[in-house]
Design a protein around this ligand. Structure first.
Ligand code: ARG
Length: 389
């Protein structure tokens, strides 16, 4: 893209890489990206460490909203895009750059997320998507790179990968065939569950106001905490998912992900939240969560509705405090216990073991009233069925 922009528009190119924790096992990768950009003619390169911002302002709200798109995908890529767009615009405005170019195709969700956010923050900014302009397929792009001596890694040749500390997504090549199991070489983070350790591992995650604040009662900052959970999850083969996904633009698309930290943290959060909320709060919260998740997935991070939904989400999360214990074993992460000072559970009421303070005689009054209208409806419908011609 960098080469093509110079050739086609004789443009001066400034490049920007956002560090959202991708490749976090290997920080030298960012230096390689910078060297490559300069070698291909970039005037200036910016690498910005956004890990902390990403965790506090994007990952934590996703955990609080139990953000699983279509019940499966934890928005790892979706929440990275608005942050990248905001930071790119900041750099552009500072450097007097007039056009923002990015590597999204015209088929995906990411273009919506980046363009909508960038144009909300900088309405005057022009946005260019070379991948739409040049109209090459992936095979031709690879050929273009080879012809212009642009180094690309083997893995990149095959799959289109997006990565940050909340998840990794891989697309293209054989993954486009939804009737074939994703091959092992499309995974990079997690071990295959069948090769994970034969003994389970137990972890306890501590929460305060809906946010994870420690592991096994050891307090930890967000970025560090997610890295730790990520490592433990990868070791046990957790968070390999594949998804027949409905994109914002209407295409169905086969998506594959590795999301160990996201899966563990959202599961733990959801369990604790359920424990401290009434059934009415739980039922309504799941509607709000779904609305939040779809808004964010669909690229509308800047929509004021998100603030309004988050006002509700944050209110609910004030009491999401305590800890959740999970058992990690060969690809599964199951909640096995939870504890909270605000749990709406009373052993004395719930127990079957000893005489409890729950007055079972109330049932004689409660059930006839609770079921009254349903019983009447049942009888009325029966009559209607009998009179049906
Ligand atoms: N389908 C996901 C989303 O829309 C991930 C797309 C990531 N892009 C990629 N080239 N792997 O959020």
């Amino acid at each position: 893209m960098l080469k093509w922009l110079q050739e086609k528009y004789h443009a001066q190119i400034y490049t920007f890489t956002a560090d959202l924790g991708q490749e976090f096992a290997d920080p030298s990768r960012f230096k390689q990206i910078e060297d490559k950009a300069k070698q291909l003619g970039a005037i200036k390169h910016f690498t910005v460490d956004l890990k902390e911002k990403f965790v506090n302002e994007y990952v934590f709200p996703t955990i609080k909203a139990n953000g699983l798109y279509q019940g499966i995908y934890p928005l790892s890529t979706a929440i990275g895009r608005p942050l990248i767009a905001i930071e790119a615009v900041k750099i552009a405005q500072k450097e007097g750059i007039e056009v923002l170019a990015h590597g999204c195709t015209g088929k995906g969700n990411d273009q919506i997320r980046i363009n909508t956010t960038a144009q909300a923050y900088a309405p005057e900014m022009e946005i260019l998507q070379p991948l739409i302009e040049w109209n090459m397929g992936r095979d031709e792009e690879i050929k273009y790179a080879q012809q212009h001596n642009i180094p690309i890694s083997n893995q990149n040749k095959k799959y289109s990968v997006d990565e940050n500390l909340f998840g990794r997504s891989a697309e293209c090549d054989i993954l486009e065939q939804p009737d074939i199991e994703p091959p092992e070489d499309s995974k990079e983070w997690t071990v295959p569950p069948e090769e994970a350790p034969n003994n389970p591992e137990y972890i306890t995650i501590n929460f305060k106001e809906g946010i994870p604040i420690g592991i096994n009662d050891q307090p930890m900052e967000g970025v560090e905490l997610i890295k730790r959970i990520h490592d433990i999850g990868c070791k046990h083969g957790i968070g390999r998912i594949e998804h027949m996904e409905d994109r914002a633009i209407g295409l169905k698309s086969r998506e594959t992900y590795e999301i160990p930290a996201a899966l563990i943290l959202i599961k733990a959060h959801k369990d604790l939240e359920k424990y401290v909320c009434t059934k009415h709060e739980n039922s309504f919260k799941s509607l709000i969560d779904q609305r939040w998740t779809e808004l964010v997935y669909d690229g509308l991070w800047v929509d004021p509705l998100r603030d309004a939904l988050e006002a509700f989400i944050n209110e609910i999360n004030i009491k999401v405090a305590g800890s959740v214990s999970m058992k990690l074993f060969k690809g599964s992460a199951e909640v096995i216990a939870r504890k909270s000072p605000y749990g709406i559970y009373d052993l004395n009421l719930a127990t079957y073991e000893t005489k409890s303070s729950f007055n079972q005689k109330y049932s004689y009054g409660f059930i006839p009233l609770w079921g009254l209208q349903s019983r009447m409806g049942f009888i009325a419908k029966k009559k209607a069925n009998e009179n049906k011609q």
